[in-house]
Design a protein around this ligand. Structure first.
Ligand code: ADP
Ligand code: MG
Length: 610
């Protein structure tokens, strides 16, 4: 190489520093290679990073950046163990401000693959190409190259077949890569990311000016709109984030992203603080979704605790716990000073199973009467309690945790031999139907009752393998985040058997072409979101029945009449008759109560006539 003397800036770490570095496997799978290469590009001040991958990263990973590049001397140094430009002394380890600090990534990657590096510094006339196999440099030469660095990793684990065996399918490995790219992109709105797989554009994230815009790019505007935004300056950290409005919380846990000084990490203290802030705002089995960015003084943070740098330790753990909890509490509109033991009841959650008994005559609206009525002389009459007593707002309740509650019956001694007559009386709060059914007074939740009716019908049809599909006149385009698209892609043919026809349309969009016949109006986007959560559990469930059931329940939930819709007497009669036809099941497919039933004899007892 011509020009000035190249003194280089990469140095070997001293044995002393090396001994303080958390050692361990750096590249256990393709996504880890991608993470490390992106980290290097970010540390080099890049504004555009392109990641090109073949076969889930197993045959090729190429990361191209427009960062500061390396001199020829540095390029050769970079592949030696413990060679880094980022840390010199063990003091530096105490306040790391870069993503990398161990000088381990490039040599580890090179030792299990064939690497080609092309790099050029802006101020130098020529660049450098380096070829390596199994960690050994085979060739170094001058090349013409744009400013920046390109690292090409071929045939990963070609020389370690045992490691190769642990790789999963191409789809799974690629899905991890795309998650890694998304994670890297989130805290850096000013950097453009571009991901290609097998020659196809999969993710294109142009630079934007705010974190909010970046969150919308990665998790879609809909998610950002469902979040509450907050910003706070705590004694030990600055924080900014987006956290789900409890109304939209779901059974899934994606995203639950934490970035500390732009580093994606897991941290139990922060998770605990977030869950603590939500407390009783969330129905059972629902989880907070959040994207949280923490800025901490690097000297008060230990990043050197985990071999793949996915964890950190806070020196001011308690202060940070407190700040996160307070910030989220106030974002949720809850008094920040409240002690964690105080249980607040959320506005859309009444009559918790463990709440104290309430008297229906103490100013409670009828919809809020919980599971007990007080008789004269203080005797308690209680009706069967379903697994959960949340009123239906048309929102799907829970996923995983509610599964045991699926179709859990609480039978009343009511065995209709001939079907009882249904005399519709009216509707309360556009949510509960009131009717005389046979000799009983019944208050029926319109959503859960309809949901159960639809569920039973779908199940019957599915068992007879005859779920008819109804094509949409105009196919509905649906955009989903990339990781969800991958889940859907895996199950397109399973869904088709359920009458749902989705056609891939770009990397993270689909056209919804048909839905099962005989469902009511469905909000397709919301439905697909819930569906993805069901599908994400698919592989953990062993029987087909167990896999299909939550999906039928989700279909039924989305197809059923919502709370808040006025119904006239003939409609009420019709719905209750349908429900009676199904044998008056007392819970919806998610385990929520359908009806309150007071037989004439009970009425007589309550009024002292028996
Ligand atoms: P670390 O990132 O911990 O320093 P690596 O093995 O990942 O260790 O990289 C070694 C060195 O190579 C870095 O310290 C940096 O000086 C240089 N380097 C690696 N990747 C790039 C890149 N994309 N652009 C510029 N320099 C790079
Ligand atoms: Mg590195």
């Amino acid at each position: 190489m011509s020009g000035a003397i190249d003194t280089g800036k990469i140095r070997l770490l001293s044995g002393d520093v090396i001994s303080r570095i958390a050692a361990g496997e750096v590249v256990e799978r393709p996504a880890a290679v991608v993470r490390e290469l992106i980290d290097n590009s970010l540390d080099a001040g890049s504004t555009k990073i392109t990641i090109e991958v073949k076969d889930g990263g197993m045959s090729l990973i190429r990361v191209v950046d427009d960062g500061e590049g390396m001199s020829q001397k540095d390029a050769s140094m970079a592949f030696r163990h413990h060679a880094t430009s980022k840390v010199v002394s063990d003091q530096d380890l105490l306040s790391v401000t870069t993503m990398g600090f161990r000088g381990e990534a490039l040599p580890s990657i090179a030792s299990v693959s064939k690497v080609r590096l092309i790099t050029a510094r802006r101020e130098e006339p020529v660049g450098t190409q380096l070829l390596l196999a199994g960690g050994e440099i085979e060739r170094v030469e001058d090349v013409a190259a744009p400013a920046g660095t390109q690292v090409e990793v071929k045939d990963l684990f070609y020389n370690t077949p045992a490691r190769k065996k642990f790789l999963k399918t191409i789809t799974t490995e690629f899905s991890r890569i795309s998650q890694a790219v998304q994670q890297a992109s989130l805290p850096r709105p000013g950097v453009q990311f571009h991901l290609r797989h097998n020659g196809q554009d999969v993710l294109h994230v142009p630079a934007v000016s705010s974190l909010r815009d970046r969150v919308s790019q990665v998790y879609h505007r809909r998610f950002a709109d469902q979040c509450l935004e907050f910003q706070a300056d705590g004694p030990a950290c600055k924080l900014q984030g987006y956290t789900i409005n409890p109304m939209y919380a779901r059974s899934g846990r994606t995203p639950q992203d934490l970035f500390v000084n732009c580093r994606p990490v897991k941290n139990a203290t922060v998770s605990h603080a977030v869950y603590g802030a939500y407390e009783a705002s969330l129905a059972k089995g629902r989880h907070p979704l959040f994207v949280l960015f923490l800025e901490v003084d690097p000297a008060r943070l230990d990043v050197n605790v985990h071999p793949t740098k996915r964890e950190v330790r806070f020196l001011d753990q308690d202060l940070i716990h407190h700040s996160v909890r307070q910030a989220i509490r106030s974002a949720l509109g809850r008094p920040a000073s409240e002690a964690s033991t105080v249980r607040l009841q959320s506005p859309h959650r009444v009559g918790q199973p463990d709440s104290p008994q309430r008297r229906y005559d103490q100013g409670e609206s009828q919809g809020q009467v919980s599971g007990t009525l007080l008789k004269e002389k203080g005797e308690v009459y209680s009706w069967p309690r379903p697994a959960s007593l949340e009123p239906s707002s048309g929102q799907r309740p829970t996923g995983l945790n509610s599964q045991p509650a699926l179709i859990q019956e609480h039978p009343l001694p009511f065995e209709p031999v001939t079907r009882p007559e249904v005399i519709p009386l009216g509707q309360i709060g556009k949510t509960f139907l009131v009717a005389q059914v046979g000799t009983e007074l019944q208050v029926v939740d319109q959503h859960t009752a309809h949901e159960r009716v639809l569920f039973e019908r779908l199940r019957g049809k599915w068992e007879g393998s005859a779920i008819a599909s109804q094509p949409l006149l105009i196919p509905d385009p649906i955009d989903v985040p990339l990781h969800e698209a991958q889940v859907l892609m895996e199950h397109l043919s399973d869904l088709e058997k359920l009458g749902l026809v989705l056609e891939p349309f770009g990397a993270s969009s689909f056209l919804l072409r048909a839905v099962p016949a005989s469902l009511g109006h469905i909000d397709h986007e919301a439905f697909i979101q819930d569906l993805v959560e069901d599908l994400a559990q698919w592989n953990s469930l062993s029987s087909l029945e167990a896999r299909i059931r939550p999906i039928l329940a989700t279909l039924a939930c989305h197809g059923a009449v919502r709370a808040g819709r006025g119904m006239d007497l003939p409609e009420i009669k019709h719905l209750i008759e349908d429900w009676v036809k199904e044998g008056l099941p007392m819970t919806c497919p998610h385990g929520r109560r359908v009806a309150l039933r007071l037989p004439a004899e009970e009425l007589a007892k309550i009024f002292g006539r028996a």
